[in-house]
Write a protein that binds this ligand. Structure first.
Ligand code: GRF
Length: 192
């Protein structure tokens, strides 16, 4: 990956749309000495996203954009460049970024997805895994390219599905693993 750690930490923006539990775990990770990242911005398409509360708690700059068109994306790109953002982590971010946005940050955008990709791209992953009687679900951290949930896989963690699991129970189990997997994946790609 074309990122250099050097003595300075990688300036990172986290994109969220909802609860922000992955955001919280990444903030905690960023505060560890071993962490190669510093979180400079929280970006959301949703002004009501619960996760935006972490901006206040941890004193991190937040910005809300509608992500509706090229113009709006241009504003976001400018904001990210102005803040020297060198890594973008999508964490429960529900908008699809345009090809040109991705090109601007080539190889520097990561996403976490609640399935063992390439299985179950898109939404309702836990429902699909249970319906198909899969033995395992899990989560994946991958680079973002122009195709949905299809970029190069960095790390995955399996979670066993029990016969008692409902989609929401499974989602909770997987989420616990997501909170460990995202920091581990960042360490993996940024370790020297
Ligand atoms: C996570 O399961 C993530 O993988 C998915 O949406 C959920 C977001 O959770 N894309 P949170 O907002 O980080 O709590």
């Amino acid at each position: 990956m074309a990122l250099s750690t050097g003595s300075n930490k990688i300036k990172t923006a986290i994109f969220i749309s909802g609860t922000g539990s992955n955001l919280k775990s990444l903030i905690k990770f960023s505060k560890l000495k071993k962490s190669p990242i510093i979180i400079k911005m929280i970006i959301s398409n949703n002004s009501k996203a619960k996760g935006l509360q972490y901006s206040k708690i941890y004193k991190i700059k937040k910005k809300v954009f509608d992500f509706k068109n090229v113009l709006s994306e241009k504003k976001i790109i400018n904001e990210l460049k102005k803040n020297n953002i060198d890594l973008i982590c999508l964490a429960g971010f529900m908008k699809i970024l345009s090809k040109s946005f991705i090109k601007n940050f080539k190889g520097k955008i990561l996403n976490i997805h609640p399935s063992l990709l390439p299985k179950y791209k898109g939404l309702n992953t836990h429902e699909k895994a249970i319906k198909n009687k899969d033995k395992y679900s899990g989560c994946t951290v991958h680079f973002v390219n122009s195709r949905l949930d299809s970029g190069k896989i960095i790390s995955q963690k399996k979670v066993r599905i029990s016969k008692f699991d409902t989609p929401s129970i499974l989602a909770k189990k997987v989420l616990i693993q997501e909170h460990k997997l995202y920091p581990a994946a960042i360490l993996k790609i940024l370790s020297l």
